[in-house]
Design a binder for this molecule. Structure first.
Ligand code: DGL
Length: 291
């Protein structure tokens, strides 16, 4: 079992930001990554549909004999994880919401936390609930920032378009409007406007837009994403369950291998995915599957 791969699932290419963190944390492990590219985006679909797709994908990955399942998609974790946990008991299942919430709670000094995510993740409320479970007095604001997904996939994650869309979404969360900022006159007796001190990137695509997001929120806001914390969770889970791949005596075998599966368009996945993974993916490494 220790030699078995870790299954990683996402609606498409976004989960590759999580895979990158997993491979950095667990370089000796093998991975099977499944991107449900035929049915993305999940972020705008109903919870019922996402839960059904996510369960099918998780079951398909189990067919590859995985020893652990990582739901590397915030939308699928947010609305699909309960259904997956009801149906699959054979392997540990790890989503990205809990780790993201933990990272946010550990980082925030004031407990005032902003979450940006897809429409589906925000509507499902899983981040808000997970943060409040860990830190009951936290104040959470959540904002859908759906266009960030398209910007990241189009390669428009830097430059004036990304900057202006980032300001459009983030200014209302992090900057006082002229009326709010006034410190005299009729507004003087009001509570001073407080802003979140921490921003959670609650979508796999958003680390790609880190520069534009940072420029919009300014230097003082802590920005967290779930990739690194999820990777740490996975390592701890494997250690606890005695599932970690043992060091191979053969040097050529010391590093884990990754297999990519997609439900549509190998070429597009390889092209866009290379940017997300920050290493070239050749179409020969990618296999078309049907769920
Ligand atoms: N992977 C999705 C997420 O993290 C974003 C892309 C989509 O909407 O399918 O929510």
């Amino acid at each position: 079992v220790r030699e078995a791969p870790i299954g990683v699932f996402d609606s498409g290419v976004g989960g590759l930001t999580v895979l990158k963190a997993l491979a950095a944390e667990l370089p000796q492990e093998h991975f099977v990554y499944l991107g449900d590219t035929a049915r993305l985006p999940y972020g705008t679909k109903s919870p019922e549909t996402v839960a059904r797709y996510a369960l099918q994908a998780a079951e398909a990955l189990c067919e590859y004999g995985v020893k652990c399942l990582v739901i590397a998609c915030n939308t699928a974790s947010s609305v699909g994880l309960p259904a997956i946990r009801v149906h699959i008991h054979s392997v540990p299942i790890i989503g990205v919401i809990e780790p993201g919430a933990e990272a946010a709670c550990a980082t925030s000094k004031t407990g005032h936390i902003a979450v940006i995510a897809t429409e589906g993740t925000v509507r499902g409320g899983a981040y808000q609930e997970a943060i409040l479970r860990l830190r009951g007095r936290a104040r959470v604001v959540a904002q859908p920032t759906q266009l960030f997904v398209a910007l990241a996939e189009e390669g428009l994650h830097e430059g004036p378009i990304a900057d202006s869309i980032a300001r459009h979404y983030l200014d209302p969360l992090f900057r006082a409007s002229p009326g709010q900022a006034s410190s005299g006159g009729p507004g003087a007796s009001r509570e001073p406007t407080s802003f979140p001190d921490t921003l959670v990137l609650g979508c796999t695509h958003f680390p790609m837009l880190a520069g534009a997001i940072r420029a919009a929120v300014g230097p003082d806001i802590q920005i967290v994403d779930s990739a690194a914390t999820t990777a740490k969770y996975v390592r701890e889970t494997l250690e606890r369950e005695s599932l970690t791949r043992l060091e191979s005596p053969a040097p050529h075998d010391a590093k884990g291998r990754t297999r990519f599966l997609v439900t549509d368009s190998i070429e597009r996945f390889a092209r866009i995915g290379s940017r997300f993974l920050e290493r070239p993916i050749s179409p020969e490494e990618v296999e078309l599957v049907d769920l």
